[in-house]
Design a protein around this ligand. Structure first.
Ligand code: SF4
Ligand code: SF4
Length: 273
């Protein structure tokens, strides 16, 4: 190996330090989890809640459909006839016992889909843990929303702002048998604390992204999903021309920067001589 090559090989050792040094001044792309968390997506499946109607009555009618459909066999429900003087739900029966075993749940949301009264939905909370198996089984008193219609915040759960809002985004998707006339029409009942929720975005011209909280997701997916929202200048032949122009402009800037660097290097060399 020539002396020049050996020197080059030895100096390459410092290459790693140079790369590390460069990254010290660049903006950080990671977060200090769990102190800083990314906003969760509207359809995030987290810890369940049992909802109540706007008048405070429970939505669960103890039909056990959620337990029947659950692929992980983690729901246990027992229904009981409503006491005539103090009915718990508007139906004949109500969920007397309701348990979910979170050591089994895979958060597939099939229970939410099966429920005929939208009684069970999922919040966005997934940051909860237990120190024994018993605590992993949530009981009805823990799952039913409080008097404001919000999920109960249990001591071992790490709730952050927004985790308790907009539970189960999919439920607010409207597609009644593909009938276009009914797109965006609300077909579900109101909830304690929320009233009647707005339909999910992306299904009609009347969507309200702010109200449904789907704006963040739309910002990411819009160019891929919603053809109608892509500016005409970015579509078809005009789009190709636009992309070519943008790319050429980017290359021009790079080329000019490169030329300038060369000029500076030459000028510096001349100065040295
Ligand atoms: S989310 Fe899926 S696994 Fe979990 S309780 Fe519901 S149906 Fe069962
Ligand atoms: S949560 Fe829904 S599906 Fe499950 S028992 Fe109650 S009403 Fe039936």
């Amino acid at each position: 190996m020539s002396a020049k090559k050996r020197l080059k090989s030895e100096l390459s050792f410092f290459g790693g330090f140079i790369i590390t040094g460069r990254h010290l001044t660049r903006p950080r792309v990671t977060r200090r989890y769990p102190d800083e968390k990314k906003p969760k997506q509207p359809r995030q499946h987290g810890r369940h809640v049992l909802n109540r109607y706007e008048d405070g009555m429970e939505k669960c009618i103890g039909c056990e459909l959620c337990a029947g459909v659950c692929p992980a066999d983690c729901i246990y429900v027992r229904g009981l006839d409503n006491p005539p003087d103090h009915p718990v739900s508007p139906g004949e029966r109500y969920g007397y016992v309701y348990e979910i075993n979170y050591l089994r749940c895979i958060h597939c949301d099939l229970c939410v889909e099966a429920c005929p009264t939208e009684a069970i939905t999922e919040s966005k909370l997934f940051e909860f843990s237990f120190t024994n198996r018993n605590d992993a089984i949530y009981t009805k008193s823990e799952l039913v929303v409080d008097d404001d219609g919000m999920p109960k915040k249990l001591p071992w759960e790490d709730w952050r702002e927004g985790d308790d809002l907009l539970t189960s985004g999919w439920m607010r998707a409207t597609a009644p048998s593909g009938a276009a006339d009914f797109e965006g029409e609300v077909q579900w009942s109101g909830e304690l604390g929320y009233g009647v929720r707005a339909p999910e975005a992306g299904q009609s011209d009347n969507r309200d992204d702010e109200a449904t909280g789907t704006k963040a997701l739309r910002d990411i997916l819009e160019p891929h999903l919603l053809d109608g929202d892509i500016p005409a200048a970015h579509k078809g032949m005009r789009g190709r021309v636009w992309r070519a122009q943008t790319s050429a402009a980017r290359h021009k800037v790079k080329l000019e920067a490169m030329r300038q660097r060369r000029k500076d290097a030459k000028a510096a060399k001349r100065g040295e001589q």
